[in-house]
Design a protein around this ligand. Sequence first.
Ligand code: BDR
Ligand code: CA
Length: 303
Amino acid sequence: MCTVIIDTDPGVDDALALMMAMNSPDLVVEGITTVGGNATLSDTTDNALRLVEHLQGKQSVMPVAVGADRPLRGSFTHAYHVHGSGGLGVRLPAPTLRPYGMSAADFMCDRAAASAGPLTVIALGPLTNVAAALDTCPELVGALAEIVVMGGAFDVPGNVTPHAEFNIYEDPWAANAVFASGVPATVVGLDVTRQTSMHRRAGPRWFEGASRSAVLGNRILADRFRERDDFQEFYLHDPLAVAAAIDPDVLTCRPAQVTVVTDGEERGRTLATYGEGTARVAVEVDVERAVELVRSLISDNRA
Ligand code: BDR
Ligand code: CA
């Protein structure tokens, strides 16, 4: 059993990752923190609240704490062209749930201090909130068991520039601060996430059953494939990070120290010096095991 905070910018693959985490018997989700990225902070927070209410009902007590609306420098670029209008394509009913009365960074610090056991942060968006939390309370370094980061492109091309993956590109300063902090980090980059996907031809029932998560997962993917007839597959970037928190054996990782290029043409490029360091960089994935974990967690949990 692993206690986690999910830092996220929903986002289609973030939504699938949240469904997995909330359905998993192996995770205790302490709360969700939102960050701008795929969409504006206002849209990502709204999407997180809508998702929680849709999946857990109006009586849900899941905290959704609001984080950063901009990176440490400049502004987020967003990816509505990938994730659809509103950042999710599908529009769920307006939520009655309201954001938690604490910022994302304060929420991380508060829960780490209060947690009886080890706490893991699963970071599925730009690392701005995590960097802010580490800056606000340095004791987080000793208090966190691990940060599982979806981000980076080590030996493969990026997806936003030839050098950079989106989450790292959006706030390379925050990423550097997190990787230099001393907190153990499992880094799940495009090297492995691009090997895991939901293919257009496998639809329209990618997820089985009548549960809210299965039905919504199918709706979200169908909407994306309908809107983007050039997409043949939708990568499971963020779901793979959640899968790794549940079942670390889905990945093979190498110890490394990770740094990020912050400026110029190579902005957002992740560099790994292998050997030792506080990071574990994912270099291989058991594709079948990972995709099956994603599929089963979203398919199960019948409403
Ligand atoms: C990452 O960027 C976002 O578009 C996805 O949600 C994922 O977190 C992949 O590069
Ligand atoms: Ca994301």
